[in-house]
Design a protein around this ligand. Sequence first.
Ligand SMILES: NC(=O)c1ccc[n+]([C@@H]2O[C@H](COP(=O)([O-])OP(=O)(O)OC[C@H]3O[C@@H](n4cnc5c(N)ncnc54)[C@H](O)[C@@H]3O)[C@@H](O)[C@H]2O)c1
Length: 437
Amino acid sequence: MTDAAAETPICVVGAGYVGLVTAACLAARGHQVRLVEIDAGRREAVAQGRAPFHEPGLDELLATVVGDRRLCVTDDMRASVDGAGVVIVAVGTPPTAEGDADLTQVRAAVAGVAEQCAAGTVIAIKSTVPPGTTATLARTVAAGRQLVMCPEFLREGSALHDFHHPARLVVGGDDAAACRRVADLFADLGGELILTDSTSAELVKYGTNAFLALKISFINEIAHLCELTGASVDAVADGMGHDPRVGRAFLNAGLGFGGSCFPKDVRALEATAGYHGHSFWMLKAAVEVNAQQRRRFVGKVREALGGSVSGRRVAVLGLAFKPGTDDLRQAPSLEVIRHLQDLGAEVSATDPVAMDKAAPLLPGTRLAADAYTCATDADCAVLVTEWPQFRALDWRRMRAEMRGRVVVDGRNCLDGAALRSLGFAYHSVGRRSLLPD
Ligand SMILES: NC(=O)c1ccc[n+]([C@@H]2O[C@H](COP(=O)([O-])OP(=O)(O)OC[C@H]3O[C@@H](n4cnc5c(N)ncnc54)[C@H](O)[C@@H]3O)[C@@H](O)[C@H]2O)c1
C-alpha cells in the first residue's frame, strides 16, 4: 500500500459480520476507516472497541484499531463518504418470504452513498446480491460514481483468518480503473485475482455457496443410503474425498447446512433462475434434502427413545449454526428443538456463546449454563453443533447427570465406541448405531 492510499479514508457501510471484519482488518493494515451503521446498539459496542457478536479475535482487534483512532463508527453518511476513495457496502440481504434476496438495505445504502459522495468515488458492493443487481444499480447513480462488485467469501468463526488468507479476490465492473482501485485494497493478501464483469462476480458468489450446499446435501443422501445398506459414511466420504476431482471438504454427513448464507443464497439463486424462466432442479433438491435431513434426525431421536419423545427429556448440545459463532440464523438447532417440542419432548439446551441470542427464540426451552447442567435428568443427549468443548466432554460425568443412556450425534463428532463402553446407546448419521453389550 502506498502512503497516499493509506491516507485516503475508506468508508464501510454496515457493521455486520462482513462489514465490521472488513473495516477492522483494513484499519489494522493502516487505513483510516469510517464505519457507517444505522443500529445504535451496534454503533455503541464498536465505539467501545467491542464486537456486537461473537467472532474469534475481533474484540481484541477492535480494541486496538478503535483505540488508535484508525476506525471510527457513526451514522453520519455525509461525513463518512466525504473524501473517501472507496466506499464498501456490506449491508444485509435477508431472504424475502418467497425466498429471493431482499435488496431493500442494499438499495438504500447505495442510494445514500451515491447521493453524498463526490464524483470519482468507487462504491464496492460486498453484500451478496443476485446476478444483474450491480449493473442495475449502476444505472441509478450519478455520473462519475463507479459501482463495482466485490463478493465476500469469509466464514463466520474464522473471519479474520479468511480476510488475511483469501483463496481468491473477485472484482467485477465496467470500469477497469475502479476495479483496480478496489482490488488494490486486498491484492497483497494473496489469492488469485479475478477481474470480470459485475454479473459474473455476483454469480461466482452464488455459484460457490450453492455448490457447497449441494455437496452437503449429496453426502447426506449417501449417508441415508449407508444406513439402508449397512455401509459407513466415513469410509465412503474419505474414499470419495481422496479423489482430487471430488475433494473431502463439505462431505461431512450430519444435520445439513444452516446459517445466514447457504440457505438464503441457495433459495435466492433458485429464485433468480426462476425469474429468468429456468428451473434449477439441483437447487430445489438440495433444499428439500436439507429439510428432510432435519426431519430424519428428529425421527432418529424418537426411534432411539423407543418410538416416542412425548414427556421425555432431551438435552440439546449446541445452538449456533456452527462452532465459532453465535449466529443463529437458520440454525438447525432451532428447527430440531421446535420439532421435538411439537412432539411433546421437554428440551434443555446449551451453547458456549449463543445463549443470549437463543433466549428470545426458544421460549419453553430450559437454557442451561453448560453441558452437564443441560444433561441433568435427560433421557437423551443430542449433539447439534460440533463445538470443541462438546467433543471433549467427560461422559462419565454426563452419565451421572443423565437418567437415560442415549446419545444421538448430529455431527458424527463423538467417540461412539467410548460412549458404548460407558453403557450408552450411540446413534449418528450414515453409520450403524452402537448399542451397549
Ligand atoms: N455473514 C457471513 O458469513 C457472510 C459471508 C459472506 C457474505 N455475506 C453477505 O454479506 C452481507 C452482509 O452480511 P452480514 O452477515 O454481515 O449481515 P448483518 O445483517 O450481520 O449486518 C448488516 C449490517 O448492516 C447494517 N445496515 C443496514 N442498512 C444500513 C444502512 N443503510 N446504513 C448503515 N448500516 C446499515 C445493519 O444494521 C447491520 O448491522 C449479506 O449480503 C451476506 O449475504 C455474509
